[in-house]
Design a protein around this ligand. Structure first.
Ligand SMILES: [Zn+2]
Length: 415
């Protein structure tokens, strides 16, 4: 399977918005931009919500059928490892091998020295087309990088071979992710990570490094946009170089995780993709769930009541809900609206506070982040929540499609 140039990772916590999400790809196609939908859900998400991998496959296939989508589509086993990959084997044809937990563990000394020797020809000044300055590489650097990443990439190899033996090499797409680590990977590290991936025989079609800056859940990028732009462009140059140099798949491209809502870097990304004629995979997950809440609020009546109920409960369970997301949210508690205030809100006030429209002065990033991590509450509501989604399907679907198409696809791939 060969993943297309542009692809979009769609997360759908409750599995009800497949059609509304796919509609955004159809809108793009009408603008002559082909974007392949990839529905992704991690083991962690399945566990928290109480869903099964087969449900994502059923949702994706049903959406594709209902809307007559003729392009390909994929179901991504997101952030899996050897411990849980088997749960996804039947339903997925895209596997994100997460080796972040193995970063920094040391490979055997002889493996490290073999790696350094094999790649010693890069010691000195390396010119990579598309990067203005030459990169100075020392033996110590290669050794240091291999100590950090080699063990993890070998683990990725074990996961890859396990999937290959179950499914056959041509029947799935492989991504290698290391975004959930502490420190960002510089382009030179990406180069040797790709060397190790090639050595391990992993036909990676996407790679998710950790980029510089903060990719908080559901809100804009926080960091130095100029620095991001520089590193992103250099990563694209390194990938193009590595494809030729190491014989990796020709369609290998970057994957941006927690990619939703990073509005301030979409323009630099768009520019760099055009400059390098490069592909991109961008993953989003929680965005769609927040649009469900926006839609429920706009619906008013019982919809708005549920939206308020979820916020009230989220406030009272703040620590429990925020704990697992501690490193990827930044909530100023002082700026969260008090429950009695939210209680008086009408549909527009609730929607304006939540919807990620930075030009609206009622938008509240703290309110938004808390709701982002509050999906567990909706999951606990069970049928009550799902029935509300069904009852207000039309208005919710409009929010979901508009969010993906206008706020994400348009600035990244079309404008
Ligand atoms: Zn990720």
């Amino acid at each position: 399977m060969i993943l297309e140039k542009y692809s979009f990772g769609l997360g759908d916590r409750f599995g009800r918005q497949g059609k509304a999400q796919l509609q955004a790809m159809i809108n793009a196609k009408e603008q002559a931009v082909q974007i392949t939908p990839v529905w992704n859900k991690s083991h962690r998400e399945h566990t928290l919500i109480g869903t099964e991998p087969a449900g994502v496959r059923a949702e994706a296939d049903a959406a594709v059928k209902a809307l007559g989508w003729e392009g390909s589509h994929y179901v991504d086993a997101d952030h899996i490892g050897l411990a849980n990959v088997d749960l996804f084997m039947d339903s997925s044809d895209f596997f994100t091998l997460d080796v972040a937990d193995f970063m920094g563990k040391n490979a055997a000394e002889d493996e490290i020295s073999a790696f350094v020797n094999k790649h010693s020809k890069y010691i000195g000044s390396l010119a990579i087309p598309g990067i203005d300055e030459t990169i100075e590489i020392t033996k110590e650097q290669i050794s240091k990088i291999s100590r950090k990443v080699l063990f993890a990439i070998k683990e990725a190899g074990r996961i890859y071979r396990h999937i290959k033996s179950a499914k056959g090499a041509d029947n799935f797409v492989t991504e290698v992710s290391m975004d959930e680590t502490d420190s960002p990977q510089m382009p030179i590290e990406v180069l040797f990570i790709l060397a190790a991936i090639a050595d391990e025989g992993i036909p990676a079609q996407t790679i998710a490094p950790k980029f510089t800056g903060r990719f908080n859940k559901g809100v804009d990028y926080v960091g130095d946009v100029t620095q991001f732009e520089k590193e992103f462009s250099q990563d694209l140059a390194v990938i193009a170089f590595a494809v030729k140099e190491f014989g990796l798949p020709k369609n290998l491209k970057l994957s941006i995780h927690s990619g939703s809502d990073k509005f301030s870097i979409y323009k630099p990304i768009n520019k760099a993709l055009k400059k390098f004629d490069a592909g991109l995979h961008i993953k989003t997950a929680g965005t769609t769930w927040l649009e469900e809440i926006v839609g429920l609020a706009i619906a008013g009546g019982s919809g708005l009541a549920i939206a308020k109920q979820i916020y009230q409960q989220a406030l009272s369970r703040f620590d429990e809900l925020c704990g697992p997301y501690e490193t990827v949210i930044d909530i100023d508690k002082e700026k969260l609206p008090a429950p009695e205030i939210v209680d008086r809100w009408g549909p527009a006030e609730y929607a304006d506070a939540l919807r990620h429209n930075q030009s609206c002065d009622k938008y509240n990033a703290n309110f938004r982040q808390l709701l982002h991590v509050a999906y567990k509450i909706a999951a606990e509501m069970g049928e009550d929540y799902l029935n509300a989604l069904e009852k207000h399907e039309k208005v919710i679907a409009e929010q979901v499609t508009e969010n993906i198409y206008l706020r994400h696809i348009t600035p990244i791939f079309i404008d």
